[in-house]
Design a protein around this ligand. Structure first.
Ligand SMILES: Cc1cc2nc3c(=O)[nH]c(=O)nc-3n(C[C@H](O)[C@H](O)[C@H](O)COP(=O)(O)OP(=O)(O)OC[C@H]3O[C@@H](n4cnc5c(N)ncnc54)[C@H](O)[C@@H]3O)c2cc1C
Ligand code: FES
Length: 358
C-alpha cells in the first residue's frame, strides 16, 4: 500500500494527510486549504512554497519555474512535489473575501456531446454522475486512459452543475487531444475528472465593466463568466447587471470563430454586451488583427475595467502588456495561460515575466 505522510501547512498550522504518490497541492486542495496554483503541471511557478521540514520528491518541475538556486534555498513546486516523510511547508494560503472556494473532488460521468465546432476544435460535454460546485473561470483535470491528466477550462456556468462543457483544441501529436479526444473518444463513453482548480475565476463583487479577452479555446472560461453575468442579469432577487462587457475572440482563420452567431445574438439582445471577433491571418468579414493590437486601438485608456485574459501564453502576455500600456493596473487583470508540455520543457513565456502575478 502507498505510504501516507502528514503535511503541516504554516502559518495556519493545519495538518492533513498526503500519499507518497499524491502532490502536496492536491492533498491541500482536497482538504480545503487553498494554496495558490495555476497550471498544476510544474510549469508556471505559482504554487512555489518553502519546505521548512521533511524530505520531498520534487517531481516534474520545470527548471524555468523552479530555479536550482530556489531549490537550494528550500523552495519546491507544490503541484508536483510529493512527500517522502512528514513535511512542514510555509504556504501563501489565499482567502478572498466574497468568494467561496470549493474543495477538489473526483467526478465520473458520461460523454453526452462531442462535436467539431471549428476545424480542430471539439466541444466535449460530460454529464456528471454528481453535480460539481465551482467558480466561473475555473478548470478541471480530465483523466486520460493512460492514467495521466490534462487541464481544461470549464465553459459551462456554475449554475449548470450536473454537466461540464469543455472546448478542446487538437495539438499535433498531443497525447490527450490527437491521441484520444480527436481519435477514439465517443459519445456514451465513461470519463473521469477532478476539480475545480485554478485562481482564474470571476469576481462578480468587483462591480466594474469587464474586458473578456480570449484566443482560440481560451474563450472557454470566458463563456462561463459571460453565462454567469447573464444569470446575474436574470436574477429577479438581485440588482441585475449594470456594467459593460466587451468580449474579444482571437483566432488565426475566420472559420475558427466558433459559436459566432450565439455571441452575436446575445450582443443583439443586450445593450451591455459587445462581441468583437479578431482574425489575424486572413481577410475576413469583420476586423483583422491580433487581440492585443485591436484592443490597443479600441482602448487607448483601459483604466476602470477589470480584464480576464485566457489563451496561449504568447497572446496572454502580449494582451497583458497592451492593457498595462493603456493604464490598467495588474490588480485589475486576471490571466490564464494554456501552458502545455512544450512550455514546461522549454520555458517559453513562463514565469520570469514581471507581468505574471504570482
Ligand atoms: C490551466 C489550463 C487550462 C487549459 N485549458 C484548456 C482548454 O480549455 N482547452 C484547450 O484546448 N487546452 C487547454 N489547456 C491546454 C491542455 O491542458 C493541454 O496542454 C493541450 O490540450 C495539449 O495536450 P495533449 O496531451 O494533446 O498534448 P501533449 O502530449 O501534452 O503535448 C503538448 C505539446 O508538447 C510537446 N511535448 C510533449 N512532451 C514534450 C517534451 N518533453 N519536450 C518538448 N515538447 C514536448 C508535444 O509535441 C506537443 O506539441 C489548458 C492548459 C492549462 C494549463
Ligand atoms: S501550479 Fe505549480 S507550477 Fe504551475
Amino acid at each position: 500500500m502507498t505510504e501516507t505522510h502528514t503535511i503541516t501547512v504554516e502559518p495556519l498550522g493545519t495538518e492533513l494527510q498526503c500519499r507518497e504518490d499524491q502532490s502536496i497541492l492536491d492533498a491541500c486542495l482536497r482538504n480545503g486549504v487553498w494554496l495558490p496554483h495555476a497550471c498544476t503541471h510544474g510549469t508556471c511557478g505559482t504554487c512555489k512554497a518553502e519546505v521548512l521540514e521533511g524530505a520531498i520528491d520534487y517531481g516534474d518541475a520545470s527548471p524555468y519555474a523552479l530555479l536550482e538556486s530556489e531549490r537550494a534555498e528550500g523552495a519546491a513546486l507544490m503541484c508536483v512535489a510529493t512527500p517522502r516523510e512528514d513535511v512542514v511547508i510555509e504556504g501563501d494560503v489565499e482567502i478572498e473575501e466574497g468568494i467561496t472556494m470549493y474543495p477538489v473532488r473526483d467526478f465520473s460521468g458520461t460523454v453526452e456531446v462531442l462535436d467539431e465546432i471549428a476545424p480542430d476544435v471539439r466541444r466535449l460535454i460530460v454529464k456528471l454522475d454528481e453535480p460539481m460546485d465551482f467558480n466561473a473561470g475555473q478548470y478541471v483535470q480530465l483523466n486520460l486512459p493512460d492514467g495521466d491528466n490534462r487541464p481544461y477550462s470549464i465553459a459551462s456556468a456554475p449554475h449548470e452543475r450536473d454537466r461540464v462543457e469543455l472546448h478542446i483544441k487538437r495539438t499535433e501529436n498531443g497525447v490527450a487531444t490527437a491521441g484520444w479526444v480527436f481519435d477514439g473518444l465517443a459519445v456514451g463513453d465513461a470519463v473521469t475528472l477532478s476539480g475545480p482548480y485554478g485562481k482564474f475565476y470571476f469576481r462578480p463583487g468587483r462591480e466594474k465593466p469587464l474586458l473578456l479577452l480570449g484566443s482560440g479555446t481560451g474563450l472557454a472560461p470566458l463563456v462561463s463568466i459571460l453565462k454567469t453575468v447573464m444569470a446575474i442579469e436574470d436574477d429577479e432577487d438581485g440588482d441585475g447587471w449594470e456594467h459593460e462587457v466587451v468580449m474579444y475572440h482571437g483566432v488565426a482563420l475566420e472559420n475558427g470563430l466558433y459559436d459566432r452567431q450565439w455571441f452575436q445574438d446575445i450582443a443583439d439582445e443586450r445593450d451591455w454586451f459587445t462581441y468583437r471577433p479578431a482574425v489575424s491571418r486572413e481577410e475576413c468579414d469583420g476586423r483583422q488583427g491580433r487581440v492585443p493590437a485591436l484592443l490597443a486601438e479600441d482602448f487607448p485608456r483601459a483604466g476602470g475595467n477589470v480584464a480576464y485574459i485566457c489563451g496561449n501564453p504568447a497572446m496572454v502576455e502580449d494582451t497583458m502588456r497592451a492593457l498595462m500600456k493603456a493604464r490598467l493596473f495588474p490588480r485589475d487583470i486576471y490571466r490564464e495561460d494554456f501552458f502545455d508540455a512544450a512550455d514546461r520543457a522549454n520555458g517559453a513565456h513562463v514565469v520570469r515575466s514581471p507581468l505574471i502575478k504570482r
